[in-house]
Design a protein around this ligand. Sequence first.
Ligand code: SF4
Length: 347
Amino acid sequence: MQIKRHKTRKVKINDLEIGGDAPICVESMTNTDPHDVSATIKQINELASAGCELVRIALPDLKAAEYVKDIKKETDVPLMADIHFDYRIALAAIEYGIDSLRLNPGNIREPEYVKKVVDAVKEKNMTVRIGVNSGSINRKKYPHPTPEALVDSAFEHIKIFEQENFFNIIVSLKSTDVLTTIRAYEIFSKKSDYPLHIGITEAGTQFSGAIKSSVGIGVLLYEGLGDTLRVSLSGNPVTEVTTGYKILQALGLREHGVEVIACPTCGRAEIDVEKIALDIENSTSNINKHIKIAVMGCIVNGPGEAMDADVGVACSKNEAIIFKKGKIIKKITHNQIKDELINAIVS
Ligand code: SF4
């Protein structure tokens, strides 16, 4: 079964295509001090190594915008600046070589300032994300951040760009509430073909945030909505990237790296399945080859239950077996499990 994606127009950030038939992009955002250039460069490159295709950095002031010049020299991944309130920061970031901007309609409200930014991005043929959240909404008009209010706020801002003949736009409509977010994207996508950045804002800590994001992003993707995504989690942003790929992988929308599956264990399990699976996951996180590895707790049922895994291990108390597509290949000792599985991946 294949998900049919909602048809959107394609935009570009450098060589990265977003929308149309382009693969759904995985984004993240740095959480280092934007004035600490070396820490920010290090984190951007860690994100890029994990597969992040677009990195957003917050630029709270003009000094941070100036550092874009130094950061750009040390990384190839496209950078999007998150602009807070002051349109002059956006103009400075463009001058210092930023690749794209994310503007929150709630932050820069005066149309004349927005127009100055539009002129600058137009000149460089850049792409802008109009990132609407609950804070973007005109509270006099909409006392509550309903899905309709989010959509209306996005169109109000889009209009300013379109009046200037600027259409390189990505739109996001995020709420912390999963159902509000889903509904907002559904309404918007019926009225527009701008590519969509999807996510649940302020989703939370790694465990609960990943669940909330997976539900929200997962439903949208299943409905064919979403051209680029960010899983918002507190903590190390690299986890946002790995979680993003796992959501896409679960829906068959992208393949990325080694996929480790493990049985839930039951009374038949004769080995610590979780420990082995985590060890394999950690040891293979940098291998960029899509392959499904199974770690199963017993020899009796393991190979059959994990029939669709490319390669797997099933264990009894004293030995283990390696199987491929459910067929037993060889017997090994517990100490050989990691090496045997890694050999099977790289060979
Ligand atoms: Fe239980 Fe074996 Fe199935 Fe794991 S593979 S859940 S141990 S029956």
